[in-house]
Ligand binder design. Structure first.
Ligand SMILES: Cc1ncc(C[n+]2csc(CCOP(=O)(O)OP(=O)(O)O)c2C)c(N)n1
Ligand SMILES: [Mg+2]
Length: 567
């Protein structure tokens, strides 16, 4: 039976089990939007395309399914780029559709024409320009397949308006067959054997765990391996919650704002087992001084191009974390590393995470209380900057897929739309965006989307009236010359003229706005916010303006060159 391109689009989304589509229409999407009018797919109209793509990303991270968004040609798809790059850096499965000018106009500088595939090539896992309607169904199927398999990532499909109008017979291929794309899921048995031997011989091993463990749902296998071989576990920003933060073997996050124990453990380990992690510079610090005592590095990753990219691996294993761990578990013997673990606890005891207890309202306290009232069971998203790092240090999610944060790209404005996407994916969960006053303003317009769609998320703004993380670097490394970081109007005093008044902004959008200026108001206000139904809540926590994130490994320093305070 013949179908139009627009009908094929809808049919493919149904077959891919897409329940929600985030986006904004435009001239070149009119045929598709006409078919969406009575399609069994919920369309969420966002207020900016960046909001749409982060919502799709948050939906994907929270649910483990592919998130889907759509934007018009030209400015629409250009507005998707930050979100695509965010998903790309963090390996998140997103399929983005863009409308394109008619095929005969491509290259003519037509109205709202932009080279969508050209712009998105370096920031997507793959992309397609559909040139003939007969290719559309196959391309959409391939886009979903590529997004969710192997090392996941965003895929863009650019669909010219005349393709949406043209028709052909609808053919849904039985299965996807891409000659040049065959992800390897099973690790090589010989390599796994070598890895098992290295683990058996090691005295000071550490599991360095990244987002690959989340992508492959390898939590159980990870816990079993850590417990059986008595190996401490450090998680990256991408895997917080993939190993229980309160577990006796958990050493917390490593890297620039990681815990003392995690960073010292990396620097003193004789064996590093990197699992779905990519030795990002925020994790390794100065490469030349990274893990000097490691005799062996095992690197397990589904993406062979990730292995030995930054740090050479002695035992590379290409495969997905879950399968490789399953095989590895069979070969590992039970072992105890009491001395090593005692040493790690000693590092922690000497330098635990903390903040001043002087009665003032510290951002860390707010995060601690968020964790307390939600029992670590809420899905937390973060913005970027100090808020994000305090969230990593003081929010302890009990489960994976409960800490969603822009790791690789560090995208301010990510957290709020991601929270909306997560809440739509998991309506039964409490969802809280731990935000900065700067970042929240980058996608604050999505308050309208949340209000209109009755999305009950909480935005907890750690309002320090600064672009706090940049201010912190200026405080530490530029003699406190605060340049371009003030988010208030009077240059000498924060909070004398808060811009904007977040409570009023929330109310203007039809959301609930609350303000907290004292420590004792934190818990009651959080409890009040948790009682609100069917609406977003914005809490303006007016915190200590010059609080800093410690510990800190300065950029370019070795992991054990740790600053612990201002002095
Ligand atoms: C889109 C974007 N622009 C600029 C930056 C650089 N940057 C990193 S942290 C930061 C400050 C963030 O301020 P805020 O959201 O208030 O968070 P805080 O650090 O104060 O908690 C800036 C500007 C960024 N990460 N993303
Ligand atoms: Mg701030």
């Amino acid at each position: 039976m013949e179908k139009s391109g627009a009908e094929i689009f809808v049919e493919c989304l149904i077959r891919e089990k897409v329940k929600v589509l985030f986006g904004i229409p435009g001239g070149v999407l009119l045929p598709i939007f006409d078919k969406l009018y009575d399609a069994p797919i919920k369309f969420i109209l966002t207020r900016h395309e960046q909001g749409a793509v982060h919502m799709a990303d948050g939906y994907a991270r929270a649910s483990g399914e592919v998130g889907v968004c759509i934007a018009t040609s030209g400015p629409g798809v250009a507005n998707l780029t930050t979100g695509l790059a965010t998903a790309h850096m963090d390996s998140i499965p997103v399929v983005a559709f863009s409308g394109q000018v008619a095929t005969h106009l491509i290259g003519n500088d037509a109205f709202q024409e932009t080279d969508a595939t050209g712009i998105t090539r370096p920031i997507s896992k793959h992309n397609f320009l559909v040139k003939e309607v007969k290719d559309l169904a196959r391309i959409i199927q391939e886009a979903f397949y590529i997004a969710r398999t192997g090392r996941p990532g965003p895929v863009l499909v650019d669909i010219p308006v005349d393709i949406q109008r043209a028709s052909c017979e609808f053919i849904w291929p039985e299965k996807v067959e891409i000659r040049s794309y065959k992800p390897v899921y099973q690790g090589h048995p010989k390599q796994i054997e070598k890895a098992a031997q290295a683990i058996t011989l090691s005295e000071r091993p550490i599991l360095y765990v990244g987002g690959g463990v989340v992508a492959s749902n390898a939590y159980e296998e990870l816990r079993k391996l850590a417990e059986k071989a008595d190996i401490p576990v450090t998680t990256t920003l991408m895997s917080i919650g993939a190993f229980p933060p309160e577990h006796r073997l958990s050493v917390g996050m490593l890297g620039m704002h990681g815990t003392h124990q995690a960073n010292h453990a990396m620097q003193n380990a004789d064996l590093i087992i990197a699992l779905g992690a990519r030795f990002d510079d925020r994790c390794t610090g100065k490469l030349a001084a990274f893990a000097p005592k490691a005799k062996i590095i095992i690197h397990i990753d589904i993406d062979p191009t990730s292995i030995s990219k930054n740090v050479p691996a002695n035992i590379p294993v290409v495969g997905n974390a879950k399968n490789v761990l399953t095989e590895l578990l069979k070969l590992i013997k039970p072992k105890k590393h009491s001395t090593w673990l005692k040493q790690i606890r000693e590092w922690e005891r000497k330098n635990p995470l903390g903040y001043p207890e002087d009665g003032k309202l510290y951002p860390q306290y707010v995060v601690e209380k968020i964790c307390e009232v939600t029992h670590g069971e809420a899905i937390v998203t973060t913005e970027v900057g100090q808020n994000q790092m305090w969230a990593t240090q003081f929010y302890k999610p009990k489960k994976p897929r409960h800490f969603l944060s822009s790791g690789g790209l560090g995208t301010m404005g990510y957290g709020f739309p991601a929270a909306i996407g997560a809440k739509i994916a998991c309506p039964e969960k409490i969802v809280i965006d731990i935000a900065g006053d700067g970042s929240f303003q980058m996608n604050i317009q999505e308050l309208a989307t949340a209000v209109v769609n009755k999305v009950n998320v909480i935005v907890a703004i750690l309002n320090n009236s600064y672009l706090g993380m940049v201010r912190q670097w200026q405080r530490l490394f530029y003699k406190r010359r605060y340049s371009g970081v003030q988010l208030y109007t009077q240059a000498t005093k924060p909070f004398t003229c808060p811009v904007p008044d977040f409570v009023k902004v929330a109310e203007a959008y039809g959301a609930v706005g609350l303000r907290v200026t004292k420590k004792e108001e934190v818990l009651p206000t959080l409890k009040k916010a948790l009682k609100v139904k069917d609406k977003p809540v914005v809490i303006d926590f007016v915190v200590e303006p010059e609080a800093n994130v410690f510990p800190m490994v300065p950029a370019g320093a070795a992991l054990d060159e740790i600053i612990t305070s201002l002095a």
